[in-house]
Write a protein that binds this ligand. Structure first.
Ligand code: OGA
Ligand code: MN
Length: 290
């Protein structure tokens, strides 16, 4: 069966039918998926009923894996190459309200790029739906290439040569997570240019909830600019909502999109998502180890 790619909206996003992720992709299939990602930045592969091993093999056809850092915020429930994006205990039950993993995960509800706080540059994230709740728990996206193209001249000038400081702890604090100095030392902040070139050659904004300061600006001034940028990016014309279907594999390019989790009744329903994130260059490793 050949792959078919269908745009999801006028700006970005596509769905891909006909992929069999239980085997290796052919060179043609890899090329079709890569081209769709370069153009649409977000793509959902439908009917991907896969195991952790399938997800790892498929992901590796597009780059080396960024291995999850060991932060000690929860026991390992799934393959160690995957990020556990769930509300479940190691036994697969809904976790208690006060577990650290839940508080840690709240930061994902602010628009962000995965791993923009890491020293190793990353490309795509691939999120596999294993269990989805009956209502809520959508994932939302922003196309930052479209945002850049629509910026007013003043904002464009302000960010054109600017560098932002990204730290996972900025977004965890936004989510109400208490960060200890020991935690902070495990993943120190990094710098990212605020305007970069997306894979399709268009300029893109690079920002999001991990960006908490701008080099050479006061804390207030930097945060005001970052907040203004996010507020503008949230306009409906740049947005896409992904309403999960069973067995979706959702892929996004962290270099030119923002995404966020949305709430659901997480004490009543299970949500089991598993993520791989790709590095620009190999081999597989965690940014913490780097
Ligand atoms: C992630 C993430 C969003 C979601 O896995 O990086 O932000 O809806 N997930 O679970
Ligand atoms: Mn994320």
């Amino acid at each position: 069966m050949t792959l078919s790619v269908h745009p999801l909206g006028p700006v970005f996003g596509a769905e891909i039918f006909g992929a069999d992720l239980t085997r290796a992709q052919t060179a043609d299939e890899v090329a079709v998926i890569k081209a769709a990602m370069d153009r649409y930045a977000v793509a959902v592969i439908r009917d991907a009923d896969i195991t952790d091993a399938d997800q790892i093999r498929f992901s590796r056809q597009f780059g080396a894996l960024e291995l999850p850092p060991v932060l000690g915020v929860g026991a390992q429930r799934i393959a160690r190459e995957l990020y556990d994006v769930s509300n479940l205990t190691i036994d697969g039950e809904i976790s208690p309200a006060d577990v650290t993993k839940r508080k840690f995960g709240k930061g994902d509800q602010f628009f962000h790029m995965d791993s923009s706080f890491n020293t190793l540059p990353t490309t795509w994230s691939l999120l596999s739906a294993r269990i989805i709740p009956p209502v809520g728990g959508d994932t939302e996206f922003i196309d930052l290439r479209a945002v850049y193209a629509a910026l007013d001249a003043e904002t464009r000038d302000a960010i054109q040569d600017a560098t932002a400081i990204h730290s996972i702890w900025f977004s965890r604090r936004l989510g109400g997570y208490e960060v200890s100095p020991e935690m902070e030392a495990k993943l120190p902040a990094v710098e990212q240019k605020m305007v970069q070139i997306a894979p399709d050659g268009r300029p893109t904004v690079v920002a999001g909830a991990h960006a908490g300061a701008i080099v050479g600006k006061s804390e207030e001034e930097g945060q005001a600019l970052l907040r203004r940028l996010i507020a503008f990016s949230k306009e409906a014309r740049f947005r896409l909502v992904h309403n999960w279907k069973p067995h979706d594999l959702l892929i996004w390019d962290n270099r030119c999109t923002l995404h966020r989790a949305t709430p659901f009744d997480d004490m009543a329903y299970k949500r089991d998502m598993r993520r791989t994130t790709l590095l620009e260059t190999g081999p597989d490793r965690s940014a913490q180890a780097a």
